[in-house]
Design a protein around this ligand. Structure first.
Ligand SMILES: NC(=O)CC[C@H](N)C(=O)O
Length: 326
């Protein structure tokens, strides 16, 4: 990928200001339940933006690799919707916010399905669907599509994968309960193996911004021009990101920030300003709900400053990109 880095703009000024305001906040903790995640440098912080016109800009540590973790859930869901169809996926995983923590051991009592694909139970079910559909090729399918969305070849971090595979008893437990409830068709080990692998794919804040711009651009990567996701699948994925992407913080997020987003315990957040921008942040210290502290602060600041909330009457989105081109 060769980012088309443009001149300074309102967006860049806003990103710098958001960065400066949040940079000294050292609150929050690294995720330690996956032992390898406790080894990252806690102070890293980056904010990247990518426009649907192909412009990319970044402030801070936007080229530092980290594992995508739960952000993979949104993209895997998009792939499953496209490959298997909406009805088949809906038969296994709902689209209702759970209001529970990402790793909650709870299913929808009426349907016996996981509430949504953004919490672990739903994501493991989606990985199971992909494992069944693509067999031994499943991880390559996921990695290829994530790479196409980022506009460069991504790789998996073997050490983080092994670290989670050796310690992920709660996720294995969830998978067994899903199997027992009839939500998970695939073999438990296949579903969990794919889930742990997809979570261990390495990305940067810039990658997240470009992936977000691919979703904002209704599935076409604006840097490479390649068609990555189908329009219908993008629409459905963004809807679920909007209502469920930040776990039991999703309501607050929709209220204050107001863009579809997905966070991961690796410290990343991917946000989508529909038809305009992808936003990627990286800062590995997490709040009690498992969301990046400085990432949330940066998103709040940026969307407030630029009027990016989906229901903001001052939304300057349409003028944003042309302002940026100037
Ligand atoms: N919230 C997250 O990023 C969780 C992802 C992590 N791999 C897990 O399943 O526990």
């Amino acid at each position: 990928m060769s980012p088309n880095t443009g001149p300074a703009s309102g967006l860049e000024t806003a990103a710098r200001a958001a960065f400066e305001r949040a940079r000294d906040d050292q609150s929050g903790e690294l995720a330690t339940y996956i032992p390898e995640l406790a080894r990252v440098v806690p102070d890293r912080f980056g904010i990247a933006l990518a426009g649907v016109d192909g412009h990319v800009l970044g402030v801070g540590d936007v080229e530092v690799p980290f594992t995508i973790q739960s952000i993979s859930k949104a993209l895997a869901y998009c792939i499953a919707l496209e490959a298997l169809g909406r009805d088949k996926v809906l038969a296994h995983v709902g689209v209702e916010p759970s209001g529970d923590a990402f790793n909650a051991i709870v299913f929808d009592a009426l349907s016996n399905r996981p509430f949504n694909p953004m919490v672990n139970a739903g994501a493991i079910t989606v990985s199971g669907l992909l494992a069944e559909a693509f067999g031994a090729e499943a991880f390559d399918v996921v990695l290829d599509r994530f790479s196409a969305a980022a506009g460069r070849r991504l790789v998996m971090d073997e050490t983080v994968f092994r670290s989670e595979a050796q310690t992920g008893h709660r996720n294995r437990g969830i998978a067994h309960l899903l199997k027992c409830a009839g939500a998970l068709g695939a073999d438990v080990d296949d579903a969990v193996d794919l889930y742990f692998r997809q979570c261990s794919i390495l990305v940067t804040a810039t990658d997240l911004a470009v992936m977000g711009a691919t979703l904002a651009n209704i599935g076409e990567n604006p840097l490479t021009g390649s068609a990555v996701f189908a329009v219908e699948a993008v629409r459905n994925t963004l809807s679920v990101m909007f209502t469920c992407g930040m776990y039991d913080f999703a309501g607050n997020w929709a209220f204050d920030v107001g863009v579809p987003a997905k966070s991961g315990v690796g410290g990343g957040i991917l946000g989508v300003v529909n038809r305009q921008l992808g936003i990627g942040t990286y800062s590995p210290r997490l709040d009690a709900k498992g969301n990046s502290v400085r990432g949330i602060a940066a998103f709040r600041d940026l969307t407030e400053e630029m009027g990016l909330h989906v229901f903001d009457p001052t939304n300057r989105g349409s003028s944003l990109l042309s302002a940026y081109r100037r």
